[in-house]
Design a protein around this ligand. Structure first.
Ligand code: BES
Ligand code: MN
Ligand code: ZN
Length: 504
């Protein structure tokens, strides 16, 4: 269970709780406000921590002081934000996540956080409060569904309170806490869907999730099964699905948050619930990670739920082609030619390049809505990890203004994206001898040739493609990112939509 987050006005030193947290910049030994008051009440037990060099405020450094009844709280926790000149709101997200995890390991179950008096590091107070909230909820994320002894779990954190001394700030702090809760819950829902194994999160299960989301106000859901997809002519998508006994589900969620006349934004998410590679079978090592090859689809589902909760004044259609990619007697074979929904024919030279096949039909379906813009998100290529490692999402597309918006938003919220070029030359690499296009582009520029392939199915629509295959899986836990599925891309898409809603 995620902790409950509240915001309140008051003096943090009066909080009756397991701990109160102060986030502090590096090389700032000043004692002011509540911390100065606590220093007085404890006869100077705070000051030496700051002046001795024991606590320097380095990013994610944690110091804990036990109280002996001088204040109602049991502990005072200092956590470092790093250098002020370098800090962004993300420093709060990271620091608060680190402190939250430390407190859980000490079996604290409640704590309060001192919110800075005004926004810091280029963020508003509302954004800072949002970052603090997200840091807690994202940092405390655990996936224990399949552990049969709940006892091995440390006591969960139940309640977190953001405390501001200023009556006038409470509205901003509360708004940030509410938004942060919605956004972080959306990310954790994606992590859950990716952590569940593929024998649980099947295309059918994703369709059920979509139907549950469609219970929200202003959201409707349509599911196309194999027969309906065949009738429409989704040959690329069905070419991937035909090797699997799991029924494919082509999921469409529509959110209407504004006038029907407003053109929608289309989101398309890859949802391969397990990618074996098909006949072009993947090697065994790490193949289990391919249970998370539905991250893009999960992000689209979670985003629709979140924007309905946020009541964004937009119309958004979420499209999630869901299927397994399996070898088998019916499976597509290298050399097979598929006719996509768009009418273009595709020579399948590698059945492991399946994401672009299902996206081809997902994007073509999106075009039926004549969208103002289309954003697709997919664990599409191992090559994006080669290019950017795990610190940036790959972004490509047809609209440089939209791409710049993505990179700016990503920088602001701590989910960075980096553009790769999509020049016409790359399209040469995916020309087929026998069909309109082929699904692989040779050795160089794998992320780019994948995007070049997708560009065939978006016409001249304003389009961005987010390749999240490099950021999708954490090798080791760090601050608010767990080991395993990260959910990275969720905050980016939600914030992008908020940005578009504010400045169309
Ligand atoms: N789902 C994979 C991409 C992937 C790789 C995601 C590693 C996460 C981690 C995708 O379907 C795939 O197999 N891509 C191939 C494309 C190649 C055959 C052109 C790849 O990247 O190797
Ligand atoms: Mn694949
Ligand atoms: Zn895949």
């Amino acid at each position: 269970m995620a902790p409950t987050i509240k915001a309140k006005t008051g003096r943090i030193e009066n909080e009756r709780t397991d701990a109160i947290i102060f986030a502090r910049f590096q090389d700032d030994s000043r004692l002011q406000g509540a911390l100065a008051q606590i220093d007085r009440l404890t006869r100077g037990r705070v000051k030496p921590l700051l002046t001795s060099g024991e606590f320097q405020g380095k990013a994610n450094q944690v110091s804990v002081l036990h109280m002996h009844g001088e204040i109602p709280a049991k502990r005072v926790v200092l956590v470092g934000l790093g250098k002020k000149s370098l800090a962004k709101a993300d420093a709060f997200r990271r620091a608060i996540a680190t402190a939250s995890k430390a407190l859980r390991s000490m079996e604290a179950t409640t704590f309060s956080i001192a919110v800075p008096e005004r926004g810091v590091a280029g963020a508003t107070l509302e954004e800072t409060s949002q970052a603090i909230t997200e840091g807690s909820i994202l940092g405390l994320y655990q996936f224990l569904v399949y552990k049969s002894k709940p006892a091995i779990q440390k006591k969960p954190i139940r309640a977190i309170t953001l405390v501001t001394p200023d009556e006038n700030s409470i509205f901003a702090v509360r708004a940030g806490a509410e938004r942060g809760t919605i956004v972080a819950d959306a990310v954790n829902a994606v992590r859950d869907l990716c952590n569940h194994p593929s024998n649980v999160v099947t295309p059918t299960r994703l369709a059920q999730e979509a139907k549950a989301i469609a219970k929200s106000k202003n959201v409707t859901c349509t599911i196309l099964d194999r027969a309906k997809a065949r009738k429409l002519g989704m040959g690329a998508y069905l070419g991937v699905a035909q090797g699997s006994h799991e029924p494919p589900q082509f999921i469409v969620l529509e959110y209407s948050g504004t006038s029907k006349k407003t053109k929608p934004i289309a989101l398309v998410g890859k949802a391969v619930t397990f990618d074996t590679g098909g006949i072009s079978l993947k090697p065994a090592d790490n193949m289990e990670r391919m249970k998370a090859d539905m991250t893009g689809g999960a992000i689209v589902l979670s985003t629709i739920r979140a924007i309905a909760q946020l009541k964004l004044p937009l119309n958004v259609v979420g499209i999630v082609p869901a299927t397994e990619n399996m070898p088998g007697g019916q499976a597509t074979k290298p050399g097979d030619i598929l006719t996509s929904l768009s009418g273009k024919t595709i020579e399948v030279l590698n059945t492991d390049a399946e994401g672009r096949l299902i996206l081809a039909d997902g994007l073509a379906y999106a075009m039926r809505y004549k969208p103002a813009m289309v954003i697709d998100i997919a664990t599409l290529t191992g090559a994006v990890f080669v290019a950017l490692g795990s610190h940036a999402v790959g972004v490509l597309g047809t609209d440089d203004a939209l791409i710049n918006r993505v990179t700016r938003v990503g920088e602001a919220i701590g989910e960075r994206a980096w553009q790769l070029p999509l020049w016409d030359e790359y399209k040469e690499q995916i020309k087929s001898d026998v069909a309109d296009v082929k699904n692989i582009g040779g050795r160089g520029g794998g992320t780019i040739t994948a995007a070049a392939f997708l560009s065939h199915f978006v016409g001249d629509c304003s389009w961005v493609h987010l390749d999240i295959a490099g950021t999708d899986w954490g090798e080791a836990p760090r601050h608010y990112i767990p080991k395993g599925p990260t959910g990275i891309g969720t905050r980016l898409v939600i914030q992008l939509l908020r940005d578009v809603a504010a400045k169309p």
